[in-house]
Design a protein around this ligand. Structure first.
Ligand SMILES: [Zn+2]
Length: 157
């Protein structure tokens, strides 16, 4: 009987441990998947575009001669900004409707904003006067955790 009781206790201990691990997981703010509900785009620290609750507010207006650096942050379901980290398998993807109008170049991890780990940015370059759209996805180890609606980009002379 002793062995049997020990086995039960052992199983119970394993069960408790996994149960605790799971409930901790639920309360943890760092889910495995990104909890992105929206995003913001900023130029020189000014919010230019917000995508929230399925609605895009604002548009990017850029020059056809210069490159513009745009900072990207995602919004969680409380509307708080967060930046998913590359080390956790997150990569933003930029889908341009017409690359004759503008192109996007993601800032790679090597780019030197070293002091600020929580920084995501891309460069947007106007090619020709016109309007096209940018859709931003958040890829997570090969699948997509988030896709924005189309964000208007206006390229001016
Ligand atoms: Zn995911």
């Amino acid at each position: 009987m002793f062995k049997y009781n020990t086995l039960i206790k052992f199983l119970f201990a394993i069960f408790s441990i996994s149960f605790i691990a799971c409930s901790n997981d639920d309360n943890d703010e760092k889910h495995d998947h990104a909890d992105a509900e929206g995003l913001v785009l900023k130029i020189e620290e000014q919010t230019i575009v917000t995508y929230k609750e399925g609605v895009v507010t604002g548009s990017l207006t850029i020059s056809d001669t210069a490159e513009t650096e745009v900072e990207l942050a995602f919004l969680d379901d409380d509307g708080d900004e967060f930046v998913p980290h590359e080390d956790d398998g997150f990569t933003p993807e930029y889908v341009v409707s017409d690359t004759n109008i503008f192109v996007v170049e993601a800032e790679d991890g090597e780019h030197n904003h070293s002091s600020e780990e929580t920084h995501l940015a891309f460069h947007i370059e106007g090619k020709q006067v016109g309007t096209a759209t940018l859709t931003i996805k958040l890829l997570h180890n090969g699948h997509s955790d988030f896709t924005s609606k189309e964000i208007p980009v206006i390229v001016q002379n």
